[in-house]
Design a protein around this ligand. Structure first.
Ligand SMILES: [Zn+2]
Length: 251
């Protein structure tokens, strides 16, 4: 375990997190995210370098646009911090192995989807289609044990959400279904089932709290993606330990 490496991955994550905010906001609107400058979505003022430092700019400007004083969404610094933390955590839990490549790609995909789903309630196909072939290739070289767990995970993940969509008629969307297919490849069968269980649990707990405290009313649609994303991260890093603990304690 190398402290320099941990700090390096944290800072790398902060920087990438800033980029994932841009990608997550622009891809669903089919805007390019490579060449044009970042602007304030409220006053269209072009951001200068000191307004683009991850987390720090947000804190120094008190969460407001330097130009129009419009509120900046808390999602931006949150995604930057979370990406930094998860990049570092990936190295700490996995070490310098080829699985680390999957971990960093997995975090990247989930952070972009977190932005898109929180903002527009969309899980963009383009993002899934960009990461899917990478996961398939690397899972082929760095297989799960047993190797077919990834294939079964993808199929079962897809089928479970398809059934939920069919039964509930609107509880989840096609985007969630495709996302579960991709999660299956990375996580395997046992952990993709765990993601389903955990995301329903998180969603139910937060949903009940939001209704109890009257933050939202019962009819208002809530994006389910963030719960899937948090559940997927928990399962990726701690799924095997959680499952071991559960089966040893209760079975
Ligand atoms: Zn502004």
């Amino acid at each position: 375990m190398n402290i320099i490496m941990i700090i390096f991955l944290f800072l790398l994550g902060l920087t990438f997190g800033s980029f994932f905010n841009v990608v997550g906001l622009r891809v669903p609107k089919r805007l390019p995210f490579t060449n044009d400058r970042s602007i304030c979505p409220q006053c269209n003022h072009i951001l200068s370098w000191f307004e683009l430092i991850p987390v720090l700019s947000y804190l120094l400007q008190g969460g407001k646009c330097h130009h129009c004083k419009g509120k900046i969404s808390l999602i931006y610094p949150l995604v930057e911090l979370l990406t930094g933390f998860l990049f570092a955590l990936s190295y700490v839990t996995i070490g310098l192995t080829s699985e680390l490549v999957i971990a960093l790609l997995f975090v990247s995909m989930l952070m972009i989807l977190f932005v898109s789903d929180s903002k527009y309630m969309i899980i963009p196909d383009n993002v899934l289609l960009f990461f899917l072939p990478l996961f398939i290739i690397i899972r082929f070289m760095q297989p799960l044990d047993p190797w077919w767990s990834a294939i079964l995970g993808a199929v079962i993940g897809f089928v479970i959400i398809a059934s939920v969509i069919f039964i509930s008629r609107g509880g989840m969307g096609a985007g969630d279904m495709k996302l579960f297919g991709v999660l299956g490849i990375v996580l395997g069968i046992k952990n993709v089932l765990l993601v389903f269980f955990l995301s329903c649990m998180f969603g139910a707990i937060v949903g009940i709290l939001l209704i109890l405290f009257k933050v939202i009313d019962r009819k208002q649609p809530v994006p389910f993606g963030p719960y899937i994303i948090i559940a997927a991260l928990v399962s990726y890093y701690y799924g095997d330990s959680l499952l071991d603990w559960y089966f040893n304690s209760f079975m």
